[in-house]
Structure formats: C-alpha cells, structure tokens
Design a protein around this ligand. Structure first.
Ligand code: BG6
Length: 507
C-alpha cells in the first residue's frame, strides 16, 4: 500500500476521470514542476484518476532531454512516492521533454508535431492542457506563439485549455493588459488562472465550515465577531528566487492573491450556489467593499539577520541576486475595513512574511466578549473569568480546527475556565498528503473552473493593492531591514493592531 491512499483526492473525486490528455508544462526546468506538479500528477495516477492515455511534456529553453524524466522521477519520490510503487515506472515512461526558446516559432511548430505524434502513439486524442509555469513576463509571448501555430484550437470535439500561474500581472494595468492579451487567443472558458491555495482542502473547507453548519454562520458577522486575523507565515527565505522576489515582494507574491482567496472564503456573503460564477460574484462584491489601503492601515517589513530553526539566517539584502540596498518587502500586514452590513466595525487583519518564527497558516476568528451578569460572581481561581471565544482554522501544517470556549470548572463554585475543542484532519481522515495542485490539475483536465480565479476577481484585488504599492514605491522605507529573521515581523505590525486595542493571537 502506498502512503498516498488516504489523500482527499482519492476519497472525494473517485468518479471524476478526465478524458485522454497531454499536459504540456512550459518552464518545466523550474522548481515548481519537480516539487509540486509532477508529484501532484502522480498522486492522481495512484488514486486512479488519470486516464490510461496520458502524457506529460516538459518544455523549456535548456536542453534537458536526457535528464528530465529521471529528474521528475526523483521529484515524485521526494513528494512521498515509494521506489517500488508498481505505477511509478509506467508513469515515468509517459514523461518527455521538448527544448525551445519561448519566442521561437519553429520550436512551437516542432512541439505541435511532437504532440500530434503522441496523440497517434498514446491515443491522447488531441486534448491539451498547457501549463504556463514561467515568469509572468513570458505569459503573453507563449500564448501568442501557441495562437500563431493554431495550437489554441481544438480538433473536432477535443479540448485545449491553458493554466496560468500567479502572479497575474504586477499591478492593475498590467493585469488588464495580460487578461486582454490572453483573451485575444484563448476564450475565457479555456483559461484557468491557478492559485494553489484554492486547491488546499483546508481552504475549501472554510466555505463548508461556514455554510454547511447551522452552528457558525448565524454568528458570522460584526454583531458577534470582534476581529479576524489571517496569518500566512513562512520560516523559509526566498530560496534562491532573488530576481522574481525583488519584483514581487510579499504583497504581489502572497497578499494580493493567496491571502485574498482565503479572505474571500472567510468573509464573503453566501453565494446563490457554489457555481463558479456565483462564487466569483460574491468575491468581487466583497473585494469592492474593502476601504482603500493606505500607509496608515498597512505595515511593510524586510528581514535582517537572525536565527531560524536554530540556524543562522542571513539578511534579505545579502540573498543571492538581491540588491544590497533593496527596499522589497518580505513582510506585509494590512487592516481591512469592509463596508458591508456584515462586517462594518469588524476589522480583518492579514499578515504574511518570509523568515518568520515558524511556518503556519491560520485563520483566527475572535468573538466579542459576552457580558454575562449570571456569571459575574465567579470566584478567584486560576481559570477565572469569561474566555474569549476563538475559532482557529488551521490551514497548514497540522491541519485542523480548534474552538475555545468557557466551561464551568467541576467544583462546587461557579468558576469559568477557558477550554478548547479540537479536530485534526489526521485523526479524522488519516494521513493527508495532497499539496493543493492535485485537485486543481484534475479540475482543469475536467474543464471545471470553480476553484480557479476569474479576471474580475483578479482585477478587483489589484484595484485594492495597486494604489498602496504605488504609494510605497514613492515613499521608500527608511528603516529596512526592520525585523530579525525568526521573529514575528516588525514592531509596527503589533502597533497596527494596538491602535484598535487588538493583539495578534499566537499561532
Ligand atoms: C507561492 C509563493 O505562491 O506560495 C512562494 O510564490 C510561497 O513564495 C508559496 O513560498 C507558499 O505556498 P505553500 O503551499 O507552501 O504555503
């Protein structure tokens, strides 16, 4: 038995098998392909969710023809597969490689011929899923070249789809230009904008937790909720991605996309249905109600040296291919005021950063303290007092949910003790290994866009962040680096909450 048999993928989606397909990954020499995409595809294979007629073609500029398949095999093993897994060898045989520059028409013509050859040999019937795992500046070029060679068009009733990795643009204007440019070649129903946080079970579960339980949704508003805190902390640094990160910073890398997707599930009103268009409409409505981000309700930071997981960590400015005077932010915190009847008066705080004290993504819902005269006479005691009701949705790691509430201490007096009820995925459902990409790759092969982001939501999220990023660019920080690696970010992050008498809950 493999150690992947308990993945959510296998239990939830057994009947959903896509048609024969070739997955073509542009930028296949990058980290994402080996670390996430191939392991995810193999998890699907193990769960019996890939068609027999299936192939993967890696495309990149460097000639890796001889090493690509064995290298991907290694990535799959690192992703948890067993050496002796009987499905591994036959899966690796389906992997091949094509070298081309992204601007070379002839390279695409040859790719087209190669894919037609695979159709004949493996029976993949002309169905294509192009995956653009490349730096954003290449998206348009690749899309245009695919169009030029007619590779955007499906033959007969086959289908051609394209997955685009985030970030979708680097501000509102470039996002619009990219969306318009891609739309000149592919129809909206062929375009799948991936945000792998939407593939995470625990993120999808926020929706189910809220709308599937009579217990919580009636209280999910400013009458009962004091504030909400969403943290996406990473202990790693930028992992050799200097050139990318210098342009992105945490705002473009995490806040504008992953955090906004989590926020949407936490805070949106109930959509009419869970159809992509109804969910997107609610998401856009929520994003539009967020009051402008300014220097007053936001904080930026950059890590200096410090200690992470017991090891010395170097400052951001000394990372490979980073400007020694860089003003790129590696930490961001924002206070969102949302002008809707549900949220008016309840701030929602987001924070994300690299080189923080530990890796943890969590949503904390803090309820208002209940004034309760019946319990006022509680005696002195080590757990006296009414607790703060908290719901903690742990997105990763140690996925689960905790609810803190008050309980009478079992003694002949009336002393209320804070206690915690806790649920862990591993206890309820067994080992959990999906990395977020399985579900999304499967959905894209099936043509189901409900867990992908739509251009309206992307552009609305950019409308919120672009003015702030412009303001930050005009007014470079004087105090960078302003937090030590291995801490919870700059002091200003605590001060941001203190202005409203809040503090970050330990996560
Ligand atoms: C990616 C970012 O989108 O998400 C990375 O580019 C980040 O900088 C990663 O490390 C975090 O993903 P996860 O799934 O490990 O939380």
């Amino acid at each position: 038995m493999s150690n992947h048999e308990n993945t959510s993928t296998s239990s939830q989606t057994q009947s959903r098998k896509p048609e024969p397909t070739v997955v073509v990954i542009f930028g296949a020499s990058g980290d994402l392909t080996k670390r996430k995409l191939l392991p995810a595809l193999f998890h699907l294979e193990e769960a019996g969710l890939l068609p027999e007629e299936f192939a993967v073609v890696g495309v990149a500029r460097r000639d890796l023809s001889a090493t690509f398949a064995p290298d991907m095999r290694k990535g799959i093993l690192d992703g948890g597969a067993m050496e002796d897994d009987p499905k591994l060898a036959s899966f690796v045989e389906k992997i091949s490689y094509h070298t081309t520059n992204f601007d070379d028409s002839e390279g695409y013509a040859k790719l087209k011929a190669k894919l037609e050859g695979i159709d004949k040999e493996k029976g993949t019937k002309g169905n294509r899923l192009f995956y653009l795992a490349v730096a954003p500046e290449f998206f348009q070029e690749i899309v245009d070249k695919l169009g030029e060679q007619g590779m955007d068009k499906a033959q007969g009733d086959a289908h051609v789809r394209v997955i685009i990795e985030k970030p979708f643009g680097h501000d509102l204007e470039s996002a619009k230009a990219l969306n318009d440019g891609v739309a000149k070649v592919f129809k909206e129903e062929q375009i799948f904008r991936i945000d792998h946080y939407l593939g995470k079970e625990t993120v999808q579960n926020i929706f189910v937790f809220r709308f599937g339980n009579a217990l919580f949704e009636p209280l999910w508003n400013s009458e009962y909720i004091d504030n909400i805190q969403i943290t996406a902390a990473e202990s790693i640094g930028i992992e050799g991605r200097g050139p990318f990160y210098e342009k992105a910073g945490v705002s473009r890398d995490i806040l504008q996309n992953h955090m906004m997707e989590m926020l949407a599930f936490v805070a949106m009103d109930k959509p009419k249905s869970n159809d992509a268009k109804d969910v997107i409409a609610e998401k856009v409505k929520l994003f539009k109600a967020i009051q402008p981000l300014t220097e007053e309700n936001t904080v930026r930071g950059q890590y200096g040296k410090g200690t992470v997981d017991g090891k010395d960590a170097k400052p951001y400015r000394e990372e490979d291919r980073v400007d020694p005077k860089s003003v790129t932010e590696t930490f961001g915190a924002v206070k969102l005021d949302i002008d809707t009847p549900r949220w008016k008066g309840t701030p929602i705080y987001l924070r994300a950063g690299k080189r923080l004290a530990k890796r943890v993504t969590e949503v904390v819902i803090q309820f208002k303290q209940q004034a309760n005269p019946i319990l006022e006479g509680a005696k002195e005691g080590d757990c006296q007092g009414l607790p703060t009701n908290l719901i903690r949705l742990r997105i990763q790691p140690d996925e689960g949910i905790k609810i803190a509430f008050g309980n009478k201490r079992p003694t002949p007096d009336t002393v209320v003790c804070p206690v915690e009820a806790s649920f862990k995925y591993v206890d309820a459902f067994g080992k959990y290994t999906a990395n977020g990409y399985e579900r999304l790759l499967l959905d894209a092969m099936l043509g189901d866009a409900s867990l992908f982001t739509h251009r309206d939501a992307v552009e609305t999220a950019w409308s919120l962040y672009t003015p702030l990023l412009e303001q930050w660019a005009k007014n470079p920080p004087a105090d960078f680096p302003n937090y030590e690696s291995g801490t919870w970010g700059p002091k200003a992050s605590d001060e941001l909450l203190a202005k409203s008498n809040h503090t970050w809950h330990a996560v």
